[in-house]
Design a protein around this ligand. Structure first.
Ligand code: ADP
Length: 486
């Protein structure tokens, strides 16, 4: 502990400094953004979005039902006629404008994201919001260069895209979906998740202010039933979904046999592999980031840790020491490392997995941090004494819970890492370049990070294999799911 009246101040001392919510405009009630304006839902129903730190209602949000989805799809269909034909260069200008407006309002976006979703402000301010703006900047640049992206193939937009996004990176996922769809000349009906609708609605305000022609982007709110109405609407040409594998499977069945194109970005259980020749301190930081970033609400989280046996004791001890310094608490406090669990439902899921881990004989370590009384919180957790067959090694927890195993040989760790229905991401920590390249060939995952983890960039494609889904978002690859060739 840092003692008072001493001349020094330890750099890690806790200095609460919550981000102010002054001048952040949050309305009491939000309507649907359809055809360039905010309109009331046909049936007049609203639902509440809750602050996960204290269970208080932040705002009421319109519940879109069949009639509203239909209205949004009609607006998008109408807008498609002209949006698909305007000069591509002009399309790019609108997308640039959206990117700039996100940058201008970035503080507001960051605070709302952290309030509504529970993630630390440091993450929303320094990662989510800048990456969302970058995504629009990047795809704005492609709008008038599609013939270079697809030489001699005459790419054409698909039509109306229905886009359904999750609650873990609300604004960033909206950007991942909207920017490539718009750059390629499609129009959109987008639905944010029911626990985190507010930044998408703020985005709707800036899209309106950007002068984007009405109906090109429609943002409607609701839960799974609203999502299903989008998926099943006959006049939608493309479904892009990011969320759980269970819902992804349902969506895939629902569109089977229709004309709709589909991309799915689903769950994961990514391996993070530490070799004995890794830079150990750097690797420990990487392990922390891989599993505790965004409370572990990350589809590509490094939730399965594999440590080479000879360094296992050292790595585990350093990991425990580092975990003890993590600050769990107010997402609006700049010192916070781990914020609130997004919803009561998700907290229950995580707690249930922790119980299963214990019941099946796992050895738990949790840091001794004081959790606030109200709201949804989970202490950073790791499990030892696990084998491949343990439930918490096999299933996605989507929380700050790390499952640790050890290995002796490269072959063994490749087999263990690939022994999962998922294939979204992996991390490899070693000083040997040849080993890194070998594993990047052998691991069945869409993204493989070398000596880093959870690094995202608009220019770099992201997506999975096996039950983690198909189709890529980001980079040149991210354009393809939104075009057809004649
Ligand atoms: P989680 O289970 O982690 O909350 P979901 O996959 O249920 O994740 O949610 C991701 C998104 O999918 C949310 O926007 C949610 O409203 C939507 N959704 C849920 N169920 C369905 C469904 N049956 N059809 C379409 N969208 C759905």
């Amino acid at each position: 502990m840092v003692q008072k009246n001493k001349t020094f101040k330890a750099s890690w001392s806790y200095d609460p400094a919550p981000e102010s919510t002054d001048h952040i405009q949050i309305k009491k009630k939000y309507d649907l953004y359809i055809d360039g304006k905010f309109v009331k839902p046909e049936n007049g129903k609203y639902f509440e979005t809750i602050n996960p730190t204290n269970d208080e209602v932040i705002a009421e949000v319109a519940l879109a039902e069949k009639e509203d989805v239909d209205k949004a799809v009609r607006a998008a269909r109408n807008a498609f006629k002209s949006w698909s034909k305007i000069e591509p260069k002009e399309r790019g200008k609108y997308i640039y404008r959206i990117a700039r407006l996100i940058q201008e309002r970035s503080r507001e976006f960051a605070v709302i994201e952290s309030l509504d979703g529970g993630k630390p402000i440091r993450e929303s301010r320094d990662i989510d919001i800048p990456l969302a703006a970058n995504h629009f900047f990047y795809y704005a640049g492609w709008a008038d260069k599609l013939e270079y992206a697809f030489p001699n193939r005459n790419p054409k937009p698909l039509g109306v895209a229905g886009q359904i996004i999750p609650w873990n990176f609300p604004l960033l996922m909206a950007a991942w979906k909207l920017a490539p769809a718009l750059a390629t000349g499609n129009t959109v009906v987008l639905k944010p998740a029911e626990t985190t609708p507010l930044t998408a609605l703020k985005l709707a305000e800036i899209i309106r202010d950007s002068g984007l022609p009405k109906g090109v982007v429609n943002i409607i709110t609701g839960a799974g039933k609203t999502g299903a109405e989008i998926v099943n609407h006959p006049d939608i040409d493309k479904i892009s979904f990011t969320g759980s594998t269970a819902v992804g499977k349902y969506i895939q069945k629902a569109v089977a046999g229709t004309h709709k194109k589909i991309t799915l970005e689903l769950g994961g259980k990514s391996a993070n592999i530490i070799f004995e020749d890794a830079a150990i301190d750097q690797a420990v930081e990487g392990i922390i980031d891989a599993i505790f970033f965004n409370q572990g609400h990350v589809c590509c989280a490094g939730s399965r840790l594999f440590i080479q046996e000879s360094v296992a004791d050292t790595v585990i001890q350093k990991l425990k020491d580092r975990m003890a310094t993590l600050i769990v608490g107010d997402p609006l406090d700049k010192n916070t490392d781990i914020g609130a669990i997004n919803s009561k439902r998700q907290l229950k899921t995580i707690e249930n997995y922790i119980k299963i881990g214990l019941d099946e004989g796992g050895e738990i370590y949790q840091t001794d941090c004081k959790l606030p009384k109200k709201g949804n919180w989970c202490a950073p957790t790791l499990f030892l004494n696990l084998s491949q067959s343990h439930t918490i090694v096999q299933e996605e927890i989507f929380g700050p819970v790390l499952a640790i195993q050890t290995f002796r040989t490269i072959q063994e760790v490749i087999e263990k890492a690939n022994n999962t229905p998922y294939g979204l991401a992996a991390g490899v920590w070693t000083q040997k370049g040849a080993k890194l390249f070998h594993l990047s060939q052998k691991l069945k995952a869409g993204v493989i990070w070398g000596n880093t983890f959870n690094k995202f960039d608009a220019t770099s494609p992201f997506g999975g294999y096996k039950e983690s889904g198909f189709g890529r978002e980001g980079g040149l690859h991210g354009l393809k799911p939104y075009v057809k060739f004649e």
